[in-house]
Design a protein around this ligand. Sequence first.
Ligand SMILES: Cc1cc2nc3c(=O)[nH]c(=O)nc-3n(C[C@H](O)[C@H](O)[C@H](O)COP(=O)(O)OP(=O)(O)OC[C@H]3O[C@@H](n4cnc5c(N)ncnc54)[C@H](O)[C@@H]3O)c2cc1C
Length: 396
Amino acid sequence: MVAGSGPAGATAAIVAARRGWRVALVDQRTFPRDKPCGDGLGPGVAQLLRTLDLGHLLAGESPATSLTVYGPSGAELNAALTGLDGMPTEGYVVPRADFDQRLRLAALDAGALDLSGHKVTGTGLADDSRWVSVRRGGQEHRLDAGLVVAADGAYSVLRRALGAGRPGERTTGIAMRAYADTDAFDPDGPLGLRMIFEWSKELLPAYGWVFPNGKGLANVGVGVMVTELRRRSLDLRRVLDGFADSCRRRGIELGDLYAHRAHHLPLARRIPRLAHRRAVLIGDAASMINPLSGEGIVYGMNAAYRVVGGLPDDPREAVGQARALGEFERWFRHTYRSHLLSSQVAHGLMSIPWWARHMIRAANNDPVVFRDAVELLFGLGRIRAGTTWRILRHGW
Ligand SMILES: Cc1cc2nc3c(=O)[nH]c(=O)nc-3n(C[C@H](O)[C@H](O)[C@H](O)COP(=O)(O)OP(=O)(O)OC[C@H]3O[C@@H](n4cnc5c(N)ncnc54)[C@H](O)[C@@H]3O)c2cc1C
């Protein structure tokens, strides 16, 4: 059974159904549904969709062609994202109401059973299975599963029920997004399909983004650590509206913001135990969000692909299943540890105005720093020895 039909859960259901297993895809919501997000799909998402033979889910979408980063004291980086051989730069912006529905329909096409509108309320072990209680229309039922993939997001019920606790405040971000109508980013518009990030002095310790989809819509948002929000009594909606105004003062034509929504981001500063008896945590339920970029979709989808793909042919058999879940947990930590640790350090540094200014200037002046920054933001990059020195030298 898969709990949660966001990108992580839907991917798990696709892989399981294609392996010929009976899989129920449970979600408390009915679809299509909105999910507060920047709607940015990094290069790893496009790559995994192709691996799954689902590249067509992005048909009709245009990849971003350039990047602007605003920093403190006028520091600014402008770069093309095309023609950069070997660098992970293929990024799309697709509203989550659309993207999650496309992925979910692919899971149902593959044979997953649609249990939308069912809220998971708890779980426990039975003899050779795991039960999950679900509520629908005031009625409680129990489902029996050989394995539960817990992909029920940032406020995961299953994470708590499995004893993995809640994400701590010190490791959790909060972000608000809104939409604005705009023609400025259409492929033949004045800015082209440009992704904008902002780490300016006015905004810090929050950061901001404008992610256009090239079809007349931009996702505009701001994010900050929960601890900072509380310490400074920030009103996120005012921060976001102020950020949109500052974009307009820069000459970026944005219509009025609408559909403001905020949501927590459990950051990968502390990943809970993933493998449990007859259950595994993935995606936001497992705090798989990059602390620097706020990107979480690719980590959740890759985790889903890997964990379900690595199960033995008889996924209910206890010993083989436990071994596969343990191997998945070791793979995840080994593959992402230094990348996520580097992203955490970089996130801390980017909150310091003079460092953010140096970093942005250095990335503008030094192609090696630029490459490392792109790898860290959009790929599996890490902070390499020598890069810090180059930032100080070229950011001056
Ligand atoms: C404002 C903001 C901007 C962001 N921007 C980006 C970005 O641009 N790019 C990026 O990659 N990431 C971004 N992220 C992070 C990204 O949104 C998440 O990492 C991603 O949605 C995680 O996918 P998931 O499948 O694990 O969980 P979700 O997408 O949250 O899906 C979880 C699903 O579980 C369901 N569910 C929850 N509880 C229950 C229950 N009890 N019973 C049944 N179903 C349940 C929910 O309805 C939901 O459908 C952003 C996050 C925020 C808040």
